[in-house]
Design a binder for this molecule. Structure first.
Ligand SMILES: NC(=O)c1ccc[n+]([C@@H]2O[C@H](COP(=O)([O-])OP(=O)(O)OC[C@H]3O[C@@H](n4cnc5c(N)ncnc54)[C@H](OP(=O)(O)O)[C@@H]3O)[C@@H](O)[C@H]2O)c1
Length: 246
């Protein structure tokens, strides 16, 4: 990770779960980290968990990744205040376990999932790349995908979530091709976890006996991918807890 010391990382969905853990880990590794989320105040609170020196490298910016203007404004603010972005962690994501694909009136929920998990990731990648290109930076885009982006699993009410993650699998490879065609050495990595113990997973009996990863396990994979030498590109990491059925 030494080559990223003093460089700038943007983490989307930084207010809880994997994103919040990643903010602290990247700042601990010496990066300047700007966390994006709608609940920006929760990103500020992360500073209490690290030393004062590391806390100085953590910054919060309110951003709704479903709004193109909000994304453009956030990346412009990072360009102005920090010079630009070197690493993007596309982590913001939602599931809406309230309906099936056939439930009447489900349009708003389904659109929220696609706008967050798919369009949010695409728009943030575009803005990050433009910042890297302007400054001739060989940066790194890391997409938090899911095992459900590689295999359909019949969990109840997952509706369009799995399709949104299959889209992330395809978008990662499309980005890789676009980045190569642009003549850059910007890397893109997909990290696909099984179930992770975060606020996204409903509490209760349904998952009582299910083995789960912790956010730290996923962040370990992020640090591994970022820590590879400039000529090495980790394409895809699938991580599951031992004993997981799917
Ligand atoms: N937990 C799992 O089992 C699991 C498994 C595989 C993959 N994943 C993926 O891991 C990623 C992180 O999820 P998590 O498990 O850490 O869940 P989480 O604790 O619920 O965190 C989700 C994060 O996404 C942010 N977010 C949601 N909508 C947003 C929006 N419109 N604009 C900006 N930020 C938004 C939330 O922030 P605000 O609400 O403050 O905006 C929050 O910080 C997601 O992409 C998820 O699909 C999770």
């Amino acid at each position: 990770m030494d080559r990223w010391i003093g460089k700038v990382a943007i983490v989307t969905g930084a207010s809880s779960g994997i994103g919040a853990t990643a903010v602290k880990a990247l700042a601990n590794a010496g990066m300047i980290v700007i966390g994006l989320a709608r609940r920006a105040e929760r990103i500020q609170e992360l500073k209490q968990d690290v030393s004062p020196e590391v806390a100085n490298r953590i910054h919060a910016h309110r951003c709704d990744v479903t709004s193109e203007q909000s994304v453009v404004d956030a990346f412009a603010a990072v360009d102005r205040q920090f010079g630009g972005v070197d690493v993007l962690l596309n982590n913001a994501g939602v599931s809406k376990l309230t309906c099936t694909l056939l439930t009447p009136g489900n349009g708003a929920d389904l659109r929220t999932v696609m706008d967050t998990n798919v369009m949010g990731l695409v728009l943030c990648s575009r803005e990050a790349f433009q910042s890297m290109k302007r400054r001739s930076v060989d940066g790194h885009i890391v997409n938090i995908n899911s095992i459900l982006g590689h295999k359909y699993v019949a969990f109840p009410n997952l509706n369009i979530y799995s399709a949104s993650k299959y889209a992330v699998t395809a978008i990662t490879e499309t980005l890789r091709n676009d980045l190569r065609n642009e003549g850059t050495r910007v890397k893109v990595t997909s990290i696909s976890p099984g179930i992770v113990r975060t606020e996204m997973v409903p509490e209760g009996d349904q998952f009582a006996d299910t083995p789960m990863l912790e956010a730290d396990d996923v962040v370990g994979a992020i640090l591994y991918a970022l820590g590879t030498p400039p000529h090495v590109q980790v394409h895809e990491v699938i991580i599951k807890p031992v004993g997981e059925m799917v």
